[in-house]
Design a protein around this ligand. Structure first.
Ligand code: ZN
Length: 182
């Protein structure tokens, strides 16, 4: 993640884009969303994402684990989509909040995500392995923010999923005779 742009230039650009009614680009958001010190220009956007994640957290269907989770993904367009976990009596069919938020974003036309907020009130909870992989497919250099409403922890997705499986690997195996391990 590049941190070369100055705070001032990011803020000016953000204000300018909002004034012009233009969407924030993914590249711009990625630069502004630095884990150590997110640019003040994107703080309102993050605040909205956390509120949305909390909103859907209240609607989580988790009668078996009693571990409700809400998630919100921020797309490259600057739009936010939310999802909650939905459990099933056949437990392995349970759907995670992060993937529900992601698939809603994709169904809405988003193809790139820049951040994922995970909201729980039972401790700071990072995404599971399956969610990390799916988020990676749509935002390899995105950030993951876990929060319980009081504290926040920031991660780079690439740190949560080092040596990730990618579509490029899939292409490189096209034509391979063995499908072992896939
Ligand atoms: Zn998950």
């Amino acid at each position: 993640m590049s941190k070369k742009r100055s705070k001032r230039s990011i803020q000016t650009r953000c204000t300018q884009l909002e004034r012009e009614g233009k969407v924030l680009t993914a590249a711009f958001l990625r630069t502004a969303l630095t884990p150590e010190s997110p640019d003040p220009a994107v703080v309102p956007l993050l605040g909205r994402a956390v509120r949305k994640a909390k909103q859907v957290w209240r609607r989580a269907y988790a009668p078996f684990s009693r571990f409700p989770v809400g998630a919100a993904v921020i797309g490259g367009s600057g739009k936010i989509w939310a999802g909650c976990n939905v459990e099933c009596s056949s437990h392995s069919l349970t759907l995670c909040a992060e993937r529900n938020a992601l698939t809603t974003a994709v169904a809405s036309g988003e193809r790139e995500i820049v951040a994922t907020v995970v909201y729980t009130e039972q401790g700071l909870t990072p995404p599971c392995g399956a969610c990390r992989q799916m988020l990676y497919d749509f935002g390899p250099d995105s950030v993951v923010i876990v929060t319980d409403g009081r504290q926040q922890q920031w991660f780079l997705l690439e740190d949560l999923l080092p040596v990730a499986f990618t579509a490029a690997l899939l292409r490189s195996t096209t034509g391979a005779k063995s499908t072992k391990g896939r």
